[in-house]
Design a protein around this ligand. Sequence first.
Ligand SMILES: Cc1cc2nc3c(=O)[nH]c(=O)nc-3n(C[C@H](O)[C@H](O)[C@H](O)COP(=O)(O)OP(=O)(O)OC[C@H]3O[C@@H](n4cnc5c(N)ncnc54)[C@H](O)[C@@H]3O)c2cc1C
Length: 222
Amino acid sequence: MTHRIALEQIEALTGNVYRLRLEKPDGFGFVPGQATDVAIDRDGWREEERPFTFTSQPEDPFLEFTIKSYPDHDGVTAQIPTLQKGEHLRIGGPWGAIRDEGRGVIVAGGAGLTPFIPILRRRIAAGTAGEMTLIQADKDWDSLILREEWHRARDLRTVFVLEEEARAGCERGRVTRELLEKHGVTGSTRVYVCGPPPMEEAVEKALEEIGIDGGRVIHEAA
Ligand SMILES: Cc1cc2nc3c(=O)[nH]c(=O)nc-3n(C[C@H](O)[C@H](O)[C@H](O)COP(=O)(O)OP(=O)(O)OC[C@H]3O[C@@H](n4cnc5c(N)ncnc54)[C@H](O)[C@@H]3O)c2cc1C
């Protein structure tokens, strides 16, 4: 762990998701989509490193993380809601393979949305979000991370997929081959995938069936 940084702000978003704003070490750089190893600087937690993605922009004067807490499981994320302004996190250097490689379809499940937060925000600001389709899957409508932000972005095409809720305007169930094809994925589409491992496996199998070359699938290497 190379940097000890202070928490400047913590805010609850939807469904156990928290936005953390932290001080940024001088000269710290990363590419939107990259993550780092994070530990909470508290007794008993310093050795517990977990990966989280930067959701701020490299040029912002602060670092931001968007973290889903699992309160029923005594891990690092259960501690997140108890963090107070002025406490510290320890982070390492940036790493990760997901980055914006151009026009494509994003398939994000749950907290797997996080690498695409800085990528989409950057495109929304630049007026190029129309080159992306966001297929965002989660348990229900209230769990969809930053749903309103994506909805407001006029050019971005959004497809919300709810596993446990039937809702007008949303897809119901899981991300299947049929759903991907219905929303424009063909053998030549570039597809970005991030989500829980079983979802990534199922989506990658579906993409293979559609005939997409592995080189056009962008995901975090296992
Ligand atoms: C590259 C990368 C970037 C990531 N970026 C982000 C991000 O920006 N934001 C984000 O929210 N997450 C992100 N994650 C996921 C995040 O790292 C995990 O949520 C986190 O490590 C969980 O830590 P923990 O200590 O709370 O759980 P751990 O103690 O590490 O336990 C996780 C394991 O516990 C299991 N588990 C979870 N809940 C329960 C439960 N209630 N009972 C029993 N078992 C349970 C899980 O299946 C999992 O196997 C990222 C993951 C990767 C690989």
